[in-house]
Design a protein around this ligand. Structure first.
Ligand code: NAD
Ligand code: UDP
Length: 364
């Protein structure tokens, strides 16, 4: 079978979404061709055009639903794909508790269909959007990649299960390789202000919520708990700029390609998601974060600096299921991928604010 691995076209499932669209700009800027595949269930149809405007490169997009296996296969027949970055999925934690079957169906079945289409097409490199939610809640911080896994909600379980499905698939084919990228808290937007995170309805996540308070669309920032055992009592997370995160995908893809060109159709001993050695599987998990924790109050202050005014805020009870502190150990990604986040919370908030002003049609 033809080896597609050296082909430079990258298929981005869910490529019109928040993380996929930013990653597309990084890949195009570095000379890769991309094809987006999206059903636009949580993204807008004009995103590919915006990516073209930012990069000056073509950004073809297939409107397709990964739940229909024929649609994924058609994309592989039409384009000469070398690698796949799999962003497509449903991602709202609270909604996953209310609609577990929809989450398991969409996230698991779309991945199974994708893996089947990759096998048929002979495509061997996969980067998967995993999450810090795969780490068991009683792990100490910082989180290391070999910590025990376990989730607190159906969304998190879909990520744990997909990691397992990818490893079991890789174990049947030593020429297949995958990177499981465990994102911490991606925020910010492309510096152009043309793409960013645009959640429908009232946002669940802190940063988009603050941004809508800043535009006047929401009345006040709700601080969920100020009596945690943290320096200022509010929850601490590892926020990472979306453009740094996007860069991590390029590095992970090049890491898989480099390993292949050094080792041919390599055989390696990977780490399983449960931390135990998983013989023969070329699957590598990496944390993508900054390795630094930032509190809710620190993020609000940074956003106030970005938008140039104090924002209304009040303390509310803790949100059910929230942990006090979550941040990554990033040594493995730094050592193996050469990944290091460059942008701090001031840049994250300034870029998020530029994008939010664009969405709210406020003067730039
Ligand atoms: P997003 O919702 O903006 O993007 C996901 C895209 O997938 C959307 O454009 C949606 O239309 C598409 N999609 C969903 N189901 C599909 C299907 N069956 N077929 C085709 N397209 C489909 O989300 P995002 O923030 O860009 O996240 C991308 C990935 O990263 C997701 O898998 C998410 O779970 C994961 N992740 C996100 C975060 C975060 O904070 N944003 C954190 C950790 C992990
Ligand atoms: N948070 C908050 N108000 C909000 C949303 C979130 O105080 O409106 C807090 C939340 O308790 C957590 C942090 O902000 O400490 C990040 O929450 P988010 O939902 O953005 O990410 P996650 O919980 O997935 O890490």
């Amino acid at each position: 079978m033809k080896d597609h691995t050296r082909n430079k076209t990258v298929l981005l499932t869910g490529g019109a979404g928040f993380i996929g669209s930013h990653t597309a700009t990084v890949l195009l800027d570095r000379g890769y061709d991309v094809v987006l595949l999206d059903n636009f269930s949580n993204s807008k149809r004009d995103v590919p055009t915006r990516i073209e405007k930012i990069t000056g490169k073509p950004c073809p997009c297939e409107e397709a639903d990964l739940l229909h296996s024929g649609e994924a296969e058609a994309a592989f027949k039409k384009h000469d794909i070398g690698s796949v970055i799999h962003f497509a999925g449903l991602k709202a934690v609270g909604e996953s508790v209310e609609k577990p079957l929809e989450y398991y169906e969409n996230n698991l079945l779309s991945t199974i269909n994708l893996l089947g289409s990759m096998r048929t097409a002979g495509v061997k490199n996969l980067i998967f959007s995993s999450s810090a939610t795969v780490y068991k809640h009683d792990n100490p911080v910082p989180y290391y990649e070999n910590f025990p896994l376990g989730a607190a909600n159906p969304y998190g379980w879909t990520k744990v299960m997909i990691e397992r499905i990818i490893m079991d698939t890789a174990a049947t084919d030593f020429t297949f390789s995958a990177a499981l990228l465990r994102y911490f808290n991606p925020i910010g937007a492309h510096q152009s202000g043309l793409i960013g995170e645009d959640p429908q309805g009232i946002p669940n996540n802190l940063l988009p919520y603050i941004a809508k308070v800043a535009t006047g669309e929401l009345p006040e920032v709700r601080i969920f708990g100020d009596n945690y055992d943290t320096p200022d009592g509010t929850g601490v997370r590892d926020y990472i700029h979306i453009m740094d995160l996007a860069e991590g995908h390029l590095l992970a893809m090049e890491y898989l390609r480099k390993k292949r060109s050094h080792e041919g159709d390599f055989i390696d001993i990977g780490e399983s998601a449960s931390g135990a050695a998983h013989e023969g599987a070329n699957v590598h998990a990496f944390n993508l974060g900054t390795g630094k924790g930032t509190s809710v109050r620190e993020i609000i202050s940074a956003f106030e600096r970005a938008c140039g005014r104090e924002l209304p805020k009040s303390v509310y009870p803790r949100r059910a299921g929230d942990l006090a502190i979550v941040y990554a150990n990033t040594d493995l990604a730094e050592r193996e991928l050469g990944f290091k986040a460059r942008l701090g919370i001031d840049e994250m908030c300034a870029d998020a604010w530029r994008w939010q002003r664009h969405c709210a049609k406020l003067p730039e």
